[in-house]
Every structure is written in C-alpha cells, then in structure tokens.
Ligand binder design. Sequence first.
Ligand SMILES: NC(=O)c1ccc[n+]([C@@H]2O[C@H](COP(=O)([O-])OP(=O)(O)OC[C@H]3O[C@@H](n4cnc5c(N)ncnc54)[C@H](OP(=O)(O)O)[C@@H]3O)[C@@H](O)[C@H]2O)c1
Length: 339
Amino acid sequence: MNRRLCLARRPAGKLSATDLALIDEPVPVPGPGEVLVRNTWLSIDPSIRIRLAATTPDGYLPPLRPGDALTGLALGIVAETRNPDYALGDLVSHTLGYREYAVVGTCAQTIGGYGAPARIDTGGLPPQWFLGPLGSAGLTAYVGLVEILELTAADTVWVSSAAGAVGALAAQLAALRGATVLGSAGSPEKVAYLRDELGIAAFDYHAPALAESLADLAPTGIDAYFDNVGGDHLTAALDALRPAGRIALCGAVSGYDGSTPPGPPNLFTMVAKGLRMRGFRAGSFTRLQERMRDEIADHLAAGRLVHRESVFDGIEQAATALTAMLAGATTGKTLCRLA
Ligand SMILES: NC(=O)c1ccc[n+]([C@@H]2O[C@H](COP(=O)([O-])OP(=O)(O)OC[C@H]3O[C@@H](n4cnc5c(N)ncnc54)[C@H](OP(=O)(O)O)[C@@H]3O)[C@@H](O)[C@H]2O)c1
C-alpha cells in the first residue's frame, strides 16, 4: 500500500496536524513513459500552507481541496520504470512529496517552475542536500542575493528567518561575499546558533522591538533586506533602509499560518528614499542552478558553510514536521525521511 498525506479539513487559524490525514491507497502503476518512485526524503516547506486556505493569492498555485494530497519537493528511488531514460535504482527529484510512492511522469511537473523531474547524481554527497543547500533552498538564497539584491561586499544586509533553510544559506552566502550581515530569528537558541555557529550578528525578533534591535546592530541603517517574513519585519526594514536600499521579497511566512498581518503602513518611504523592492520565485531562475550548486558545494566541502537539518522519520511524522516548522520549532532545513 501507499500512504499519502491529504488535507482532511481546512485549518481554522493555525494548522493542526489533525487538519491533515494519512490515506492508504494501492501503490500507483506507472504508464508508458512514467516511472514509479519510492520516496526517500520529503522537503517540508512553509509555502504548502498557503495552498491549504480556501483561496490563494493571484498568480500563485491553486488551493488544495479537502481530500487532495499535499505536494512538495521530494527525492526517491526508481522502483519500476517504463521510461528508457530512467533505470531501476536511479535517484530522482520531483514534486510529488508527502507520500511514500509517486508516479513521476515525463511532462514537467513543477512547483512554480521549480522541481521538474530530474535524475540526481549526488557525487557522494548526502542526497537530502539536493532538497536543501544544493536544491530549492540554495537556489532561492542565491537568486535573492545575487540577482535580486545584487549584493556587494560594501552592503549591510538583514536576513529574516535567518535560522531557517533559506535564511541560513542567504546569511552565510552574504557573509562569504564580504557583506555585513544581521540575522533575525524567533528564539534565544536560534540567535545563539546564528552568532556562535554561523558567525553572524543576530537578534530575536520578539523582544525588544524590531526597530530597536536593528538600530543596535546597524546604527547607521542597512543597504539591503532579504525578506522571508513580511508584515512587521518588512515595515521595520523600510524604516531602517538607507537611501537607494534594496529589498528582495522571498516570502512572507508571518502571513501563511492563519493570520494576515497588515501590509506596511510606511510604503511611502520607498518613494522618499528611492528604494527598490522586487519579489521573485526561484523557479524563474533555474538557469542559475548549476552555478549555485558549484558555489555552495564548494563552500560546504571547504567547511565554510554550516548546514543544519531537522529530520522527522516516517510518513506518519510529515504532518508534525510541517506544523513544527511553521511554529518555529525546527532549525535549518526541515525534512522527513522515509525508510
Ligand atoms: N521565493 C521563492 O522561490 C521561495 C522558495 C523557498 C522558500 N521561500 C520562502 O522563504 C521563506 C523561508 O522558507 P524556508 O523553507 O527556509 O522556511 P524556514 O525558514 O526553514 O521555516 C520557516 C520559519 O519561519 C519562521 N516564522 C514562522 N512564523 C513567523 C512569524 N510570524 N514571524 C517571523 N518568523 C516566523 C519560523 O522561524 P523562527 O523560529 O525564527 O520564527 C520558522 O522556522 C518562506 O517565506 C518561504 O515561503 C521562497
């Protein structure tokens, strides 16, 4: 049998693990040109929470309906093949996570342009890195810094949710490029991790007020803001940015899990200070994937980049992994490992 995680009912407020249910079904059978993949690693990403609401933002993926299986980036082993390009035992990345077995097709199934089925040659590296620093998280951090912020060594940059998958990579890559980096996170333990293990200045966004913490660490302001959070963080960044500062809108996690934080009331500072703000999705920049992998793999091999994972075992833990990550109870890349 195949177990897959489905939306049982729309969450009212914060997602509870009981809003999701594991459904048993027969292992699916691949058709011509398809392969059956036994999933081994599931990527747990906050953005799936957006699709559990009744409506999604214009331009985004459609909402899931109760009974639908969750989707997400995943890695697995080819268990049956009807495609001459894939052999039994190949490691494949794809977008049909949150289930034990998936039939992966020949057509490009992606999440916002990212994650088209591909065979992965790990080159001896841990396979799950291709869901983290060498996968979507790595590409997102790289694109946000290099393409969107056009970061230079002269910049002071603030990265929010800096102890998370994308944020920890963005903060460290920025520091490796010579920038002055501030990171924010939601607990003293995460702040200690950022300071002591990643070597970047950090603060807890809960207290004191964001503006005060930013002024302490960057008394003359910041040049760039890598936004993973939105809401009050974006408001504080607009105030802290120096003239001609830049913002990369990567995500807005403070608004995903059952609350809608008000938009920044100080948008006119964009006009007053000549700021530039640009949203992006990593899936529009897959042309940079190889360059990103070369750079990040090099840093990892040389020990210049710290990578932490929060791993949950078994498909029965996937719902808990998702709620824990949204609640800030995980650090680094959140993953679910299937036996
Ligand atoms: N644009 C793209 O292509 C792209 C691709 C991947 C991810 N993203 C975005 O990047 C961001 C980070 O994703 P990720 O996968 O690396 O997740 P993550 O940072 O590993 O996990 C999410 C974290 O968000 C923080 N958080 C939750 N509620 C918050 C709130 N109200 N205020 C401040 N922080 C809050 C929690 O950390 P604390 O303990 O610090 O609160 C939590 O651990 C998300 O916004 C995601 O949607 C964008």
